[in-house]
Design a protein around this ligand. Structure first.
Ligand SMILES: Cc1ncc(C[n+]2csc(CCOP(=O)(O)OP(=O)(O)O)c2C)c(N)n1
Length: 643
């Protein structure tokens, strides 16, 4: 266990938080104590995340909102659904997980996201965005069908509201007209600044002073139109709602979808929040949207100043806010991808880059500032990103869609139907292929080999190191059809980057080491561990051949069959699930070619993989060098130490 798991022992007995072990305790507090409790929660979150790393700014932004929701609603009977769930730290702290909070995102510790198995207050498992309204509507309908009067409340950020699913759900909710509360947590930020027409629409806010000023101006204007104006004014004055409706307000959008719109409400004012939510709880019927304005990173100056950088971060120094420098290491695959794309785009004006709300995470920030006309942040809209790229490709543009493996799951049909079926030259840069570490099962990219390798027309590559990534990107962009490259989270191998980009022959692997006893067939980031294992095996008298397949599809069948036949034993290794993965494709190939080699497939088993560092998870899955050695010995029926 890491020493991060050692819990701080000093307890301040004057803390209100010490008296709040559940929302029930919270509801016993006088309302006047809530602001102090909010301060204490902020401190607790900052101190813990400084040790563990995590989603700091989103969680700091919703401390008051979290308290108000649990204070007003009867959780867990009333169901609270957090979109993405990265903002739920205050929720975790007041729902009985304060004792474990220091284990946040640590191996065997509590998850960074809501989890039904962790707490009855975690109504719905989340991690991917824009699901909360759909889930909330399902819950609301189930309650309606079973005559349960309790409420469903979905809390969704303005960034997550850019996801198509959110609108699909709003559309159905408006039509069904059943009780559902949607709280829009509007901080004008996604991870980076929020983008799109919705975002600018939402920021036309008629808050406090603006409303009053606008009201005065309109009153004066209408008064100048004698009787007619006076009459209109009387009608408008009858209700604040109609007055606001007279303007162009964010509410119009939701009202058009048949939601009652309440807001905008200042999201750090507990008495406003409590009052409004109480009214909503008591008087609203049908779908209602409560628009709450918050500040991302609220209460921690470094995070407020720079909410993008403090969205999610590793450990940091609380006083200065400065992140603890990561151990020195080679540049990441992500940055190599970003730099190479810039290199290519300089010479090829047709190249465009697309991200779904992750410009920094996918390494595209510099590209965005260098080529603003060829960079598109589509919002959290992976499906749209893929088909948008397909459209660009039909007109001769060479789009490169950079999406994390886990989020590309959203775009599978679009890849099949809109890109691969018409054989369009779209490149997919699939970052975070393999386990990602602390974010856990919602974010591990361990399925992409399985869900992409069967798609006709798709060329699918995985580099062994960052230099090969460069050549693969170059190859993909030159290729006259769809191509995908999956690469892992984290540092490259520290190899030298060749200055010229090489076009690789499609479907050609490379023999890295010849050998007579066994063929090691690792894919992507498992190539170097396999080479290390081969060196270890050599020490105990086992002569292993190693092939870097480079292409998951099409496979270099000839090379693989040749060495499988020569050695008679094949060990495949992948940072992906075993089912339907790279090893499966080798089994299919060997069966098809009637090659009688003995085969063992290493990769993740048929279950979801927990959170923990990549190293721990690789070790657990037996895909690190010592485990590869053991597996090879087992395949060859050699016992440990036996030559
Ligand atoms: C489908 C999907 N794509 C991308 C992400 C990565 N992601 C996590 S949070 C986030 C921004 C969410 O913005 P918002 O909902 O406004 O919440 P905030 O962080 O601003 O509080 C993104 C893009 C994700 N979780 N799910």
């Amino acid at each position: 266990m890491s020493n991060l798991l050692i819990k701080p022992t000093t307890m301040n007995h004057s803390l209100i938080l010490n008296r709040v072990n559940s929302p029930e305790d919270l509801r016993k507090l006088p309302e006047a104590e809530l602001p102090k409790l909010a301060d204490e929660l902020r401190q607790e979150i900052i101190n813990a995340v400084a040790q563990t790393g995590g989603h700091l700014a989103p969680s700091l932004g919703v401390v008051e909102l979290t308290l108000a929701l649990h204070y007003v609603f009867n959780t867990p009977e009333d169901k609270l659904i957090w979109d993405v769930g990265h903002q739920a730290y205050a929720h975790k702290l007041i729902t009985g997980r304060r004792e474990q909070f220091h284990t946040l995102r640590q191996y065997k510790g509590i998850s960074g996201f809501p989890k039904r198995i962790e707490s009855p207050y975690d109504t719905f498992d989340t991690g991917h965005s824009s699901t909360s309204i759909s889930a909330g509507l399902g819950i609301a309908l189930a309650k309606h069908m079973q005559k349960d009067p309790n409420r469903a409340i979905a809390v969704i950020g303005d960034g997550s509201m850019t996801g198509g699913m959110a609108f699909e759900a709003l559309n159905q909710a408006g039509h069904l007209d059943k009780n559902l509360i949607v709280v829009l947590n509007d901080n004008e930020m996604s991870i980076s600044h929020n983008v799109g027409a919705l975002s600018s629409f939402l920021s036309r806010k008629l808050t406090g002073k603006t409303v009053t000023r606008a009201k005065k101006e309109i009153e004066n204007l209408l008064k100048s139109f004698s009787n007619v104006g006076e009459n209109i004014l009387q009608v408008l004055k009858k209700s604040e709602d109609s007055f606001k409706g007279f303007f162009f307000t964010p509410g119009m959008l939701f009202e058009a979808l048949k939601f009652e719109y309440v807001g905008p409400i200042p999201g750090h004012n507990l008495s406003d929040l409590v009052k409004t939510l109480r009214n909503v709880r008591e008087f609203s019927e049908g779908p209602v949207l409560v628009h709450v304005l918050t500040t991302k990173g609220k209460g921690y100056p470094p995070a407020e100043r720079n909410p993008g950088d403090y969205h999610g971060l590793g450990p940091f120094d609380v006083r200065s806010g400065v992140p603890v420098p990561p151990p020195p290491g080679p540049p990441s695959y992500t940055s190599c991808f970003g730099n190479t794309l810039i290199k290519i785009a300089r010479h090829n004006p047709k190249v465009a880059a697309i991200t779904a709300a992750m410009p920094a995470g996918t390494g595209l920030s510099r590209f965005a500032s260098m080529f603003p006309d060829r960079f598109f942040d589509v919002g959290i809209a992976e499906q749209h990103a893929v088909t948008f790229a397909a459209g660009l490709a039909t007109e001769g543009i060479r789009p490169v869609v950079a999406i994390y493996s886990t989020f590309l799951q959203r775009g599978l049909d679009q890849i099949i139907h809109d890109v691969c079926l018409p054989n369009l030259p779209v490149t997919f840069a699939i970052d975070r292929g393999g386990v990602v570490g602390d974010d856990g099962p919602t974010h591990h990219g361990v399925f992409d080999i399985s869900f992409l390798r069967f798609i006709p027309n798709l060329v699918f590559m995985a580099p062994k190191d960052e230099d090969e990534l460069q050549h693969m990107l170059h190859t993909a962009i030159l290729y006259q059809g769809p191509a995908a490259i999956r690469y892992p989270r984290g540092s490259g191998m520290g190899v030298e980057l060749s200055s010229t980009l090489e076009e690789l022959e499609i479907g050609k692997g490379e023999l890295l080491k010849s050998g007579t006893d066994i063929l090691l067939l690792p894919v992507g980031n498992r190539v170097y561990p396999a080479l290390e294992a081969a060196a270890g095996l050599e020490k105990i008298g086992i002569d292993a051949a190693v092939i870097n397949p480079r292409f998951i599809r099409p496979l270099d069948s000839e090379l693989i069959i040749e060495w499988a036949a020569k050695t008679g034993n094949v060990l495949t290794i992948e940072d992906n699930v075993r089912r339907g993965g790279f090893g499966s494709s080798i089994l299919e190939l060997l069966a098809q070619e009637r090659c009688r080699a003995k085969v063992k497939v290493l990769g993740y088993p048929d279950r979801f993989i927990e959170h923990g560092t990549q190293e721990i998870l690789w070790k657990n899955a037996h895909i690190d060098p010592p485990a590869i050695i053991s597996a090879a010995m087992e395949l060859l029926d050699r016992k440990n130490g036996e030559c």
